[in-house]
Design a protein around this ligand. Structure first.
Ligand SMILES: Cc1cc2nc3c(=O)[nH]c(=O)nc-3n(C[C@H](O)[C@H](O)[C@H](O)COP(=O)(O)OP(=O)(O)OC[C@H]3O[C@@H](n4cnc5c(N)ncnc54)[C@H](O)[C@@H]3O)c2cc1C
Length: 456
């Protein structure tokens, strides 16, 4: 048995564990770090990410978290010549509701402290001041949110959308990145500073000073001694915490995406990430309805479905692929490494997405064979905020429950976790993101009603 002595053992080499390691190594000069992962870095949930980012959230805390993270990503993009391809055409949220006052109020709540002019309403004469998302360059993109209330204007800029769309919220500090490239960069920097990665599964933890971790790789067993443990185990964070007898308030919900070449050119290459906010009942023929009703596994698709189906071009203007997702599953499940995906998902998501994008309809019966269908878990707390900071077990820190936004939040989460571990000045969101929030009943009461809206 070989033994490894380190200051900090990080369990999980997804984007969260890597970001924590990166900030510990680069900002806090903590280099006796070992990241352990039973697989390759960035290969589990982090490989399933849609790689989208936004600073639009119904609660200002999540807006602040993602705003901070986007700022940190911009720093890295500037330093590296945008190595991880940060693009910014915004998020377009579409609804058939005219003047949805609740959504506009939410924008006010979310961007309440932002300077005047952050929320721009376009109707009548002010319609002309809207800047369409012509460029993907993040440095050229406007900030704030444009609210389009003018149907003619919506049709002019988004001619492929369902003509019933009456309102568009165009969130401008939003777009996509290569999460894989970002993770790779941070891992390289951590290694250059002296940190290490080891492919091994953590099978047991003995608490004490130091912690003793039993690890296993291809049947070979070793031990690691560490003063501090960071639990960055993604959907398996609960399993890891159980190794030191702690229970985390996290559930896992499986979500899926598909991608395929848009052979029909249905989706314009300059279209921003687009979300149909409205719930819907999928269109079926009478015959289809009858056969669905007869199948207990499929009858649910006759029921009303939630909103938030999303679609975007993938691979930039010269690419041909599109990505679609619909987080309609809300049933928690026990995580496994290779979850069974629902074979009906590709058809369901194309049917649903063709409501906002009618040009997708031909794919319902003729989807390209070359498609990719993938999935992973959203590990979630009840309020759908992450858990970053000290665990109940002294010496253990968490960077977990990153739900469907871990790629975009990784830099802020990694920075925050590193500050906790290094004992540095805490992040301004330290309380909101850690267990300490549960002691603030007012904060939690405000967070509770907004949980589902982060679920994209
Ligand atoms: C379908 C889908 C779409 C998404 N789209 C987006 C998006 O558009 N934008 C966005 O910001 N986020 C998105 N996300 C969320 C994002 O992908 C995740 O929040 C993020 O990747 C989580 O990273 P992580 O490091 O916490 O977890 P993971 O990437 O799962 O990493 C955890 C690692 O821990 C390792 N591990 C676990 N247990 C052990 C053990 N005992 N020993 C050793 N290693 C262990 C695992 O092997 C794994 O590599 C999406 C997620 C899904 C599922």
């Amino acid at each position: 048995m070989q033994s490894n002595d380190v200051d900090i053992a990080i369990i999980g080499a997804g984007i969260a564990g890597i970001a924590a390691a990166y900030y510990l190594a680069t900002e806090h000069k903590r280099t006796r770090i070992l990241i352990l992962d039973m697989g390759q870095p960035m290969a589990l949930t982090s490989a399933a990410s849609g790689e989208n980012y936004r600073n639009w959230w119904p609660h200002p805390t999540m807006t602040a978290l993602t705003d901070r993270s986007i700022g940190l990503m911009e720093d890295i993009a500037t330093r590296t010549g945008n190595r991880f391809h940060m693009a910014r055409r915004g998020y377009v949220l579409a609804t058939r509701r005219s003047r949805p006052e609740d959504l506009i109020r939410q924008l006010d709540a979310s961007y309440g402290t932002a300077p005047e002019g952050t929320i721009r309403i376009h109707e009548g004469k002010s319609a002309a001041s809207y800047e369409p998302p012509v460029s993907a360059d993040w440095e050229q993109a406007p900030s704030g949110v444009d609210v389009l209330l003018d149907r003619a204007m919506i049709r002019q800029h988004f001619p492929g959308f369902d003509p019933e769309i009456a309102t568009i919220l165009h969130v401008r500090r939003a777009g996509d990145i290569s999460g894989q490239q970002l993770g790779q960069y941070m891992l390289e920097e951590m290694r250059a500073a002296g940190g290490r990665f080891l492919q091994a599964r953590v099978t047991a933890i003995t608490t004490g000073s130091p912690f003793v971790l039993e690890i296993e790789n291809n049947g070979a067993r070793e031990t690691v001694r560490a003063d501090v443990i960071i639990n960055a185990a993604g959907p398996f964070a609960g399993h890891v915490s159980a190794l030191h007898s702690e229970i985390l308030p996290i559930i896992n919900v499986l979500q899926q995406k598909i991608a395929f070449p848009d052979q029909q050119g249905a989706i314009p290459r300059q279209m921003p990430f687009s979300i149909d906010l409205d719930g819907q009942s999928i269109e079926w023929t009478a015959e289809e309805r009858e056969s669905l009703a007869a199948d207990p596994n499929l009858a649910r698709f006759l029921d009303p479905m939630p909103g938030n189906i999303h679609c975007r071009p993938d691979g930039g203007e010269r690419g041909t692929w599109i990505k679609l997702g619909w987080a309609y599953n809300s049933t928690p499940s026990a995580p496994v490494l290779e979850p069974a995906l629902d074979p009906n998902f590709p058809e369901i998501v194309v049917r649903g997405a063709s409501r906002l994008h009618p040009r997708l309809k031909p794919y319902i019966t003729a989807m390209p064979r070359e498609r990719v269908h993938y999935g992973g878990y959203y590990p979630m707390t009840a309020e759908n905020w992450p858990l970053i900071g000290p665990a109940k077990t002294p010496g253990v820190f968490l960077i977990t429950a990153l739900s469907g936004y871990g790629t975009m939040a990784a830099c802020a989460a990694g920075d925050m976790c590193a500050r906790w571990v290094a004992g540095a000045a805490p992040s301004t969101l330290a309380k909101q993101m850690s267990f300490a929030r549960y002691e603030d009943q007012d904060l939690m009461a405000g967070a509770a009603g907004t949980a589902h809206r982060g679920h994209l």
